[in-house]
Design a protein around this ligand. Sequence first.
Ligand SMILES: *[C@@H]1O[C@H](CO)[C@@H](O)[C@H](O)[C@H]1NC(C)=O
Ligand SMILES: *[C@@H]1O[C@H](CO)[C@@H](O)[C@H](O)[C@H]1NC(C)=O
Ligand SMILES: *[C@@H]1O[C@H](CO)[C@@H](O)[C@H](O)[C@H]1NC(C)=O
Ligand SMILES: *[C@@H]1O[C@H](CO)[C@@H](O)[C@H](O)[C@H]1NC(C)=O
Length: 444
Amino acid sequence: MAFSPSSKTRFSFITFFSLSFLCFLFFFSKKLLQPSIFLYTDLLSHNKPSHPSISFAPPLQDQISPTPNEITPDLDPTVKNTSSDVNLVTQKILASEKENLEKSCNLYSGKWVKDNEYPLYGTGSCPFIDEAYSCRENGRKDTEYMKWRWKPWDCELPRFNATDFLERLRGKRLMLVGDSMNRNQFESMLCLLHEALPDKSRMFEIHGYKITKGRGYFIFKFMDYNCTVEFRRSHFLVKEGTRLNREGKTRPTLLIDEIDKSASRWMHADILVFNTGHWWTHGKTARGKDYFQEGGVIYPQFDAVEAFKRAMRTWGRWIDENMNHEKLVFYRGYATAHFSGGDWDSGGTCNGETEPITSGSFLDSYPNKMRIVEDVIREMQFPVILLNVTRLTNFRKDAHPSIYGSVPKGGKSRKQDCSHWCLPGVPDAWNELIYTSLVMDMHH
Ligand SMILES: *[C@@H]1O[C@H](CO)[C@@H](O)[C@H](O)[C@H]1NC(C)=O
Ligand SMILES: *[C@@H]1O[C@H](CO)[C@@H](O)[C@H](O)[C@H]1NC(C)=O
Ligand SMILES: *[C@@H]1O[C@H](CO)[C@@H](O)[C@H](O)[C@H]1NC(C)=O
Ligand SMILES: *[C@@H]1O[C@H](CO)[C@@H](O)[C@H](O)[C@H]1NC(C)=O
């Protein structure tokens, strides 16, 4: 037939192109899968572009509404149902929990609701709370401040499940790095997880250290999960140094272009939670005079905000250079203090507060330091998850130790602590948000 050669050629051409197209589709969608899963973690940090190619894209919230086709294979519980019915049910529940969260829910926009199942651990049942946060033991009588749960407008946080949290930590090291506010959060984490252990003696500090503010690190081991929960004190995340003044006395300096010494320890953690901010005040940085150091030079005078910016960039660079995608890195947002009628060192108070703030401009205050943190994280390669707890924490003027940060001794006037948090309390909610991130996170 006259037609046969050319139609054969045409046929093989069509076949060839269709096959190539199919191959192309296959590989391309495989490639796409990876970043699209990363985008999920972005739901947590809201506008952190984790993929370089979308670094400078406009607000991600709209763009990242998950494209179902790409994700379904990973989510579909029936794909893996070779195991028992119980597993199937659990998978289904988890999958629906994930789906619920993935619907572009801003975890940080919501309200506090009363919940009688709170607190998540008893005031007397946790041995890891240091005196400064043991408000009940120090005489605080009201208890309502422990009974609030954070509720995002558009979704429910998964119910905190300490056993499940520990399962997710199995074989891993979780480390909190930062100032006393992170020690506050660290103690909350220990209490939350301790609650799930049938045999409490299976969890201990490996050197036998008791938690005090004087010590810079703690490592708690959970024997049955082969995991650790650790704390490393690092007030600034960059390196603290010293200089000699004219009288030959040592004075502190801060090397804003070098990472903190303890960073060699951070490397070994699988999950890191950073914070800093509370030490970046005039009083604690020598008013910027002969304090900030860069490239071996100590600046006679330097602006603390600019120093913070450069220090955060130093931290960001370190993360980019030292973290890989097996790791999970959180930065927990700044928790503003609630001193009224003065500051922490000038007679400010917060005692007698028993209810959260319900409205007003204070709720919307967002520190400049946080904008700097956001900028730094946005410019980084590594997808840091911002726990953007600043606003939800702003509500909680009722939850500070105030005068219950210590047991009063010998008629001394009680100091007011309106910066840290009573435990149980607000840091439990921060940790619930870490748990939420682990539940949502599929590639770890
Ligand atoms: C998985 O479970 C579903 C529903 O329970 C069932 O219809 C399906 O046949 C199962 N698939 C496999 C591979 O066992
Ligand atoms: C908590 O998690 C564990 C381990 O995944 C699971 O067996 C248990 O059923 C969960 N508890 C609740 C109340 O969901
Ligand atoms: C415990 O976890 C560590 C990692 O932190 C791992 O190297 C080790 O093999 C684990 N041990 C057991 C018994 O699973
Ligand atoms: C964090 O929350 C504040 C509101 O408190 C908001 O202005 C800011 O955009 C949020 N940041 C991110 C990265 O979502």
